[in-house]
Write a protein that binds this ligand. Structure first.
Ligand code: PBE
Length: 269
């Protein structure tokens, strides 16, 4: 039957992403949790490599199971479906939260206030990610354009905040699209208020450590409660959580819609 032959054709392999991604751990948990994934392995390299493999498989109408998350342009570019996850390994809905080092609120109350207010409606983020694809993922440019075109939203975030004169603030971001976009928008908005903004890209594990130790001031990157939940718990109490900057995110395993399976349990060991 279909599950058996396609599983064999895929060599019992999930096409994963970066070894340091939160989702790489979740994929391992899924492999351990599902009988249908007994003997399966996860291939890790990068999100770019996964997307290339996905595009190639679709061009050839071949089966493939990938680590997937949304918002992401892959769902607009290709016809994909998340596999049902009856064991709930990937959780339900995710949100992306804003975290800050302890003391930021007292040291830089204005920046803190702006960071606290930054929030994305899902459709706005999705169209920004499509725009990024058209602009060769130059997130500085995409963010600049977004800020120029969304002055009303920016004005709400900066309402009643007095500009400062050249204070330095360090933002940390992971390297996935949503996060690079939101971090670059935050950077521009803070710069426009007189801050000198330093933005660094780091892996999630290091990101939490950097915020907890005070090496970085804030980040808009953590995916919760599942994707980065383990890091969050490890450092809980050593940072401040300012709340969601985006809701309705999701992670899971996905396949092209031409594949005749609907659930992780339809795969075969
Ligand atoms: N992601 C996208 C990341 C967070 C953002 C789900 C690929 C991860 O750490 O897995």
């Amino acid at each position: 039957e279909s599950g058996t032959s396609v599983s064999k054709e895929m060599e019992y392999t999930i096409t994963g992403i970066e070894p340091g991604a939160g989702q790489t751990e979740t994929n391992k948990k899924a492999i351990a949790a599902y009988d249908s994934l007994a003997g399966w392995k996860q291939e890790t390299a990068s999100s770019a490599a996964m997307l290339t493999a996905l595009g190639n498989a679709i061009d050839n109408q071949e089966p493939i199971v990938v680590a997937a998350w949304s918002p992401h342009y892959k769902f607009a570019k290709w016809d994909l479906k998340y596999l049902e996850d009856p064991k709930g390994t990937f959780g339900e809905k995710e949100y992306i939260t804003t975290i800050a080092r302890k003391g930021l609120k007292d040291d830089m109350p204005k920046a803190y206030k702006i960071l606290d207010r930054i929030y994305w409606e899902l459709p706005a983020m999705e169209s920004a990610l499509l725009q990024a694809q058209k602009m060769e993922f130059d997130f500085e440019k995409v963010a600049k354009q977004w800020v120029d075109e969304n002055q009303e939203t920016v004005a709400k975030w900066t309402k009643d905040v007095e500009p400062v004169d050249g204070k330095q603030i360090k933002l940390a971001s992971t390297s996935w699209d949503t996060e690079l976009f939101s971090a670059n928008v935050a950077k521009i908005v803070l710069q426009e208020q007189g801050y000198e903004v330093n933005l660094t890209q780091i892996d999630p594990a290091i990101l939490f450590e950097a915020i907890a130790s005070g090496d970085a001031d804030a980040s808009l990157s953590p995916w919760m409660p599942t994707t980065h939940g383990a890091f969050y718990e490890e450092y809980e109490g050593q940072f401040e959580d300012l709340g969601a900057n985006l809701e309705g995110a999701k992670i899971g395993l996905a396949v092209p819609t031409y594949m005749d399976i609907d659930s992780i349990e339809d795969l075969k060991p």
